[in-house]
Design a protein around this ligand. Structure first.
Ligand code: BF8
Length: 649
């Protein structure tokens, strides 16, 4: 049962969550915030990565008195194997998401896409050029068909390295070649990871960890990149768009439908269906004033970026949204959807609907989404939610009056356009601002929430500190939603919160100091932006040289481990707000935190305090600036007579 001694204000940063957490206690509802308390005594062997249950001679746990498992594996082998399996889990999730989109692109190209179409032909042709697919003089369908084949090969290629690697700066490609981590097809990398970690195969922790980086590269410069590109082709490349965020976006008198998960195919159709006058009328006939479609987690980010659909909350708010008592239907697809949702929903009228055959939840209504009749499927779901509106119990409803306006939609194309205009779109102004010191560096803050930490606290304290120190912050995933709730995704935030240099740039361009780049697969947009900065010139030819850092402050998912690894392998230092499960092996820890510097020019840092993290990050940025010879703060000072003579004025 819910822990009545829990203090909501200690668990969440935003007031909407605090208010609903209080309600959950009054209503006697268990949530992730109370379950974490029943799981506080977590296994030390698991946490330090030295529990092995890969074969059935075990499970084995390594201690000073028992330094080897039954098979003879030591702490280094066991921790490295566990780590590689986690990276494989994360890579699989992002990449399978990518695969579904690529197969849809192929179907659309062959006129079997039903209600889907190529929405952004310019994005298609840009991608074709990047991948060496002939596009001139060919129809969009012809180009899309061949491009889809190229993408499908990124999954299936057996002995050829990924084509997407060629989009990276040459220095990165050379490092990957030298280190032997250039990935073959994504599927092969994951299968090989599972093979190598099975009993009695690969026992060399270094060899295992190198394959972890290789597998992660198959995610970042493979599955995730392909997912992001294909989403832009099918659903449109994001552009700056206004919306709102937090539980206060739920309507008192509207049919409230939440989409939750990751894949944009269904939510795109729901966004279309929710505008259909016939469907809106259906909701009105059910006694509502209209329909509010909103999102949770990364599906929210997908439809926010392209349609301005409001965001109800991030990962730890999924149950809280149900506890408002005002949600008619919560539609889930894959990833990050808690299995507890039907149990929470049982106390209210909310219906949890699972839509993907590979992702079912006991207690949820399963209604497989028919992608061949996508719009009809979406309409049917909304009608069902409208029917459910009649069951809403006003006595159980509490919608906190808390929400914030935001601007999202910063694809790399949009950033270029914003900086340079339609005809001169380029990263030059950003490079110049970095070189002159107005912008100290660029930091990507990404990833999840974790109930071990106070919801959003680390992410928001860190973002506030960095922005105040003239650091441009790029955000994705649940971290971006946290900044939205904090009001940092609005251009006005630059005036109030940014340091003088960053403020000057933001004001000139009219952009927020924290840019929302999309969902977790869109972390590749951060690498794409870093690549553009290099191609633009003046800041070295190696991502490892850039004053850029990645941070996963409140991460919890295996996907975040894969992301961290492909950032480091790409030369970007990564700061973690909570550690990997590797501390039981000094060698594995040293490899990830030290040896990678030599191999990739970047490594991992763990900093559990956000203020200290901000100091570490600023020191890392300044060290890079020093190496580039640009670490002098440009100040506008009045010239005295001596200076004037020296300048000949
Ligand atoms: O996809 S939704 S909890 S895993 S950050 Fe993290 Fe959030 Fe999940 Fe990344 Ni996105």
């Amino acid at each position: 049962m819910a822990n009545e001694t829990m203090v909501p204000a200690d668990r969440a940063w935003d007031q909407a969550s605090v208010r609903i957490l209080e309600k959950s206690l009054t209503d006697g509802i268990d949530t992730v915030f109370t379950r974490i308390d029943t799981q506080r005594n977590q296994c030390g062997f698991g946490k330090s990565g030295v529990c092995c249950k890969i074969c059935h001679m075990g499970p084995c746990r390594i201690t000073p008195k028992a330094p080897r498992g039954v098979c003879g594996a030591d702490a280094d082998t066991i921790a490295a194997r566990n780590f590689l399996r986690e990276v494989s889990g994360g890579t699989s999730a992002h990449s399978d998401h990518g695969r579904h989109l690529v197969l849809k692109l192929k179907k659309v190209a062959e006129s079997g896409g039903g209600d889907y179409a190529i929405k952004d032909e310019a994005a298609l042709r840009r991608a074709a050029i990047a991948y060496g697919v002939k596009e001139e003089g060919r129809t969009a369908s012809e180009v899309a068909s061949e491009l889809a084949d190229v993408f499908i090969e990124e999954f299936s290629s057996q002995e050829e390295t990924l084509k997407t690697l060629a989009l990276a700066p040459e220095k990165q490609q050379a490092r990957w070649k030298k280190t032997g981590v250039e990935p073959y097809g994504i599927d092969r990398m994951v299968v090989e990871a599972m093979h190598r970690t099975t009993m009695g195969v690969d026992h060399d922790y270094r060899n295992l960890l190198l394959h972890a980086f290789r597998t992660a590269l198959a995610d970042g410069w493979g599955g995730s990149r392909v997912a992001s590109i294909t989403s832009d082709i099918l659903f449109g490349t994001p552009n700056p768009i206004r919306s709102e965020v937090n539980l206060g976006i739920l309507g008192e008198k509207t049919v409230n439908i939440l989409v939750h998960g990751h894949e944009p195919a269904l939510s795109e159709m729901l966004a279309v269906a929710a505008q259909d006058p016939e469907i809106v009328q259906y909701a009105k006939d059910a006694g509502a004033e209209g329909i509010t479609l909103a999102g949770i987690c990364c599906t929210a980010n997908e439809v926010l970026m392209r349609h301005g659909i409001p965001v109800a909350g991030n990962f730890l708010q999924q149950e809280l949204a149900v506890v408002t008592g005002a949600v008619e239907m919560l539609i889930v697809d894959v990833q990050c959807c808690m299995p507890s949702l039907p149990e929470v929903a049982a106390a209210y009228h909310t219906e949890i609907v699972s839509t993907t055959d590979m992702a079912k939840t006991v207690g949820a209504k399963h209604q497989a989404f028919d992608e061949d009749n996508a719009l009809d499927s979406a309409r049917a779901l909304i009608r069902r939610a409208a029917d459910n509106y009649k069951r809403r119990d006003p006595a159980k409803v509490l919608i906190p009056d808390v929400k914030k306006p935001l601007v999202a939609g910063f694809s790399v194309e949009a950033i270029k356009y914003m900086l340079g205009g339609k005809y001169r779109g380029s990263f030059r102004p950003l490079n110049d601002a970095i070189i002159s010191g107005r912008i100290r560096g660029v930091v990507g803050i990404v990833g999840c929430n974790n109930p071990k930490q106070k919801l959003d606290a680390y992410m928001n304290i860190l973002a506030r500190e960095l922005v105040a120190h003239d650091v441009l912050v790029l955000k994705t995933g649940c971290a971006a939603i946290a900044s939205g709730k904090e009001g940092m995704l609005s251009p006005e935030a630059a005036l109030e919160k940014a340091g003088p240099g960053l403020r000057e740039v933001c004001e000139a361009v009219g952009m927020p100091p924290v840019l929302h780049l999309g969902s977790c697969v869109d972390n590749v947009r951060i690498l794409e932006a870093a690549t553009e900065i290099i191609f633009e010139g003046g800041l070295g030819d190696d991502m490892a040289a850039l004053p850029a850092v990645g941070v996963a402050p409140e991460w919890m998912s295996e996907k975040a481990i894969a992301i961290g690894c492909y950032f480091v392998a790409s030369g970007v230092d990564v700061v973690l707000g909570n550690p990997f499960y590797i501390s039981g092996s000094a060698k594995v820890t040293n490899f990830l935190n030290e040896e990678t510097k030599e191999l990739f020019g970047a490594s991992f840092y763990v900093e559990e305090d956000p203020m200290k993290a901000s100091e570490t990050i600023i020191a890392l940025l300044d060290a890079k600036r020093e190496k580039l010879g640009i670490n002098k703060k440009s100040e506008r000072k009045l010239l005295d007579m001596k200076d004037r003579r020296a300048h000949g004025v």
